[in-house]
Unconditional design. Sequence first.
Length: 267
Amino acid sequence: MSRAHKQSKSGYRGSPGFSSQYPTQPTRSSVPPLIQASDDNRRSSDRQRSIFTDWLFSRRSLNVSAALVLILITAPLMAVIALAIRLTSRGPIIFSQPRVGVDRRRDPADVPVDPRRRRDLGGRIFRIYKFRTMVHDPESSGPQRWASRDDPRVTAVGSILRKFRLDELPQLFNVLKGDMNLVGPRPEQPEIFQRLRDEVEGYQRRQWVLPGITGLAQVNLNYDQCLDDVRRKVRLDLDYVERVSPFEDVKIMARTVPVVLFGKGSQ
């Protein structure tokens, strides 16, 4: 074997000549501290984003699965309710109304300002579905207002539906659409929302999660009679927002059963 060939073979084994032509990959210890810290932060952020995405998917899966099961179970009951409404009063069977939904702008600095927006509505507006419990078009004669327990606009069938909260059943389809969850703060009408946001501390933070058909406030308190009642409900809503989880949702769903069976709770 020639001397040149031996030198080439020696160089391949890691001679200084070979290393200078083909530098090795820098080790972690050789990476500058700022770059290393940036990489660590990016990996940590990716892990947190993955965990949050998995959490959202599991919660969304729970809501969709439960809504589908409840629709199948209550379909015969909903058909009877629809027939009763049709036979006892004029007007549509399903009542829909705009409500204020989730507000994704947890950090307004990260959200570009839409120049077309004339006012802050507090969240995404969607249409909520209910079985009609009042005389046809009850909101046409005045501004948006709460319905009271003894509201004269409520029909005979409607009073029964409202007592057992059966008028909320069509909102299962709002859950499938992604407008609502089964559990969450109750969505409010836009005009009423604007007033309460100005008068009740922390009211806007209710919109950090999707609104729900039932919620912690609904299984603990009755009808709103005054602004102090609203403040008590908001405290419970914010407590739920801080502790929101699939397990918390299951607990509130279980507590909703006696509310429906025995006509307790509120809207």
